[in-house]
Design a protein around this ligand. Structure first.
Ligand SMILES: C[S@@+](CC[C@H](N)C(=O)[O-])C[C@H]1O[C@@H](n2cnc3c(N)ncnc32)[C@H](O)[C@@H]1O
Length: 362
């Protein structure tokens, strides 16, 4: 061997820019004192490690990034009254907040099937609930649309449920993540799909729709008062991002004051979200199948967030009471307490309705 030392392959010193040997990834850097963007809020994304930060965010009336605060938990537990040994279906598992409250009350011997259409969040929630000790004997997650509830029950070998819960709409994880396209506040692709592997993103939907159809859709899905002005300004246009859609809505309403224009922005997003996810038709199908999926005496609770949803639930429950499928239904809608609305502003528009399956029906 010559005395010349072989040149060592370049190995950067562990430091600022090198990946640590453990495979641990450095967190994203942010400008300024506090992280503002969803992906940068690394403490909020790790609640087990940063409990004090999470408590501060919640105390400020906000929802920690990457999580969801379940709404009207006490009221839902009261109307569903879960008991040991029972079978529960959470049709909108989301972050699993309601499921986490229901699951211990089903023990010993009970189980909960959690459904959700979202293939991105569902595995995270399944892992989160497993880490809390809910094993596959107690809890199973299944990615599906709740319109297929009878098939989901058959798939899980369940012949009827004692408890069914649906908490409609989107989760905070979906809403706050700009890459999903639900966020009015942060720019991202105009997608708005709960399952991005199905259907078409809102940008494509908008580019193809006729203005007359968009007027009807804005009225039906969001009671938008400026539907006739907005539809020609938006239909057939290429608006690839949430920011470009919001800007086009504001530009189409130059004489509307800022606060009212922002409400229109929210309503247009809601109307498009309902359309691209076919939410009303999924809800109608679900409501039709509900009685046959409940055991005699079984309870169902549904949380809605706008009049289009609540009207459908109210009508279906009233029809079920008349035809004897249900023995009792909520006479009045139940609203979150003032304290909950203050501490979690996302609960403000929530309405809870419940029904009980008749012990024997015609
Ligand atoms: C408001 S969040 C539920 C939050 C949940 N209750 C919790 O405590 O974390 C609504 C969830 O329902 C899901 N979802 C909405 N429509 C659905 C449908 N038709 N079928 C299945 N899941 C649906 C969404 O993907 C979202 O995760």
């Amino acid at each position: 061997m010559s005395g010349v030392r072989p040149i060592a392959a370049h190995r950067p010193k562990p430091g600022k820019d090198s990946p640590p040997a453990t495979g641990h990834r450095r967190r994203l850097r942010y400008r300024g004192k506090n992280p503002r963007r969803f992906a940068e809020k690394y403490k909020e994304h790790d609640p087990a490690r940063y409990a004090a930060t999470i408590a501060k965010v919640i105390a400020a009336g906000k929802t920690p990034a990457g999580s969801h605060r379940p709404i009207m938990v006490a009221e839902i537990l009261e109307v569903l009254a879960p008991r040991p040994g029972e079978v529960a279906i959470d049709c909108t598992l989301g972050y699993g907040g309601h499921a986490e409250a229901i699951l211990p009350r089903l023990q010993p011997g009970g189980r909960l099937l959690g459904l959700d259409a979202d293939p991105i969040e569902l595995p995270k929630t399944e892992a989160r609930l497993r880490s809390l000790g809910f094993d596959p004997g107690m809890f199973v997650a299944h990615r599906t649309n709740f319109a297929g509830l009878p098939q989901a029950l058959a798939h899980a070998g369940i012949d009827g449920a004692d408890i069914i819960l649906a908490d409609l709409g989107v989760s905070s994880m979906q809403l706050d993540d700009p890459t999903r396209g639900f966020s009015v506040k942060h720019d991202g692709p105009l997608d708005l799909r709960m399952n991005p592997q199905r259907g078409q993103p809102a940008s494509v939907f908008l580019e193809k729709i006729h203005p007359d159809k968009l007027v009807r859709l804005l009225l039906e899905n969001a009671d938008e008062p400026h539907a006739a002005t907005l539809a020609p300004a938006l239909a057939g246009k290429l608006l690839p991002g949430t920011g470009s859609l919001a800007a086009a809505i504001r530009a189409a309403l130059p004489r509307v004051d800022t606060e009212a224009a922002e409400l229109s922005v929210r309503r247009v997003f809601q109307a498009l979200r309902i359309a691209v996810n076919d939410e009303f038709s999924a809800l109608d199908t679900f409501l039709r199948h509900l009685p046959s999926c409940l055991r005699p005496g079984g309870r169902v609770a549904i949380l809605t967030f706008h009049s289009g949803e609540d009207r459908r639930v109210k009508k279906a429950f009233a029809a079920g009471l008349r035809d004897g499928s249900y023995s009792n239904v909520a006479e009045e809608v139940i609203r979150p307490t003032a304290a909950e609305r203050r501490s979690n502003p996302r609960s403000t528009s929530a309405k809870l309705r419940w029904a009980r399956r008749a012990l024997c029906s015609s």
